[in-house]
Ligand binder design. Structure first.
Ligand code: SF4
Length: 231
């Protein structure tokens, strides 16, 4: 079986998964992920929310709108281009439910994350992404171990794949209220933009020849400056 077929078989099996329902962790299984064979980027999030539970499309709610804005800042031509180049999955692929106060979503229970881990591991094996975009503390800790967001966001880690941590775009966290952290996010998005320029040059040159926005040039300059500041 080639890689593309292996991915399709994997996705089909994952969509039918209901082990967390069988274990009494959630009342309903709605495995949510999206992506295609050949995507050089792989975004790992925390868990889908109630909007994604209905749409079955990752980051289709308010946090997704913010993520789209971030990726435009990084230099992607459009949210569609970002999704074309990025496989999107989460540590827990089904909606974990709302908290008792109804003020937010539950964090993914460790048992569900453990149940779900093999789906993520298999996708990483099949796709061999060049870049992992780690969104939120849980996803960052899964790959880099525990640590402060301040020490992670704005830096890149590893080589194969390169890992770029981001805060969660849900707006529930106050982390981005601090200007220093907003600057860290800007640097992180610049790093993502630089990797996009390296991994998807055809798409960039198409944008330029179409008379499209000058964003890629700006991203390249900003990326160079950010890397200089890091070294
Ligand atoms: S969270 Fe993951 S392991 Fe649990 S039912 Fe959904 S897809 Fe399956």
């Amino acid at each position: 079986m080639n890689g593309r077929s292996a991915l399709l078989a994997h996705q089909s099996a994952c969509r039918a998964c209901h082990v967390c329902v069988d274990d009494g962790i959630i009342p309903e299984a709605t495995p949510t992920f999206e992506g295609r064979w050949g995507a050089p980027f792989f975004l790992v999030g925390q868990a889908p929310g109630p909007v994604e539970r209905e749409s079955r499309r990752p980051f289709s709610g308010r946090a997704g709108k913010e993520l789209d804005r971030w990726m435009l800042r990084a230099g992607f031509e459009s949210p569609e281009e970002f999704r074309r180049l990025t496989y999107i999955a989460a540590l827990m692929r089904c909606f974990p439910g709302r908290n008792r106060a109804g003020s937010g979503d539950l964090k993914p229970p460790p048992a569900a994350v453990a149940n779900c881990a093999h789906w993520l591991d298999a996708e990483l094996r099949i796709l061999k992404p060049r870049v992992l975009i780690l969104v939120g503390q849980l996803a960052i800790a899964r790959f880099l171990g525990p640590g402060r967001l301040e020490d992670r966001v704005g830096r890149r880690f590893g080589k194969g794949p390169v890992m770029v941590p981001l805060p969660h775009p849900s707006g529930q966290s106050r982390w981005l209220n601090d200007p220093a952290n907003r600057q860290r996010l800007t640097i992180a998005l610049t790093l993502v933009g630089q990797l996009r320029l390296t991994l998807a040059p055809a798409s960039v040159s198409r944008s330029n020849s179409d008379g499209g926005p000058e964003q890629p040039h700006r991203a390249r300059r900003a990326a160079t400056n950010a890397i200089r500041r890091q070294t």
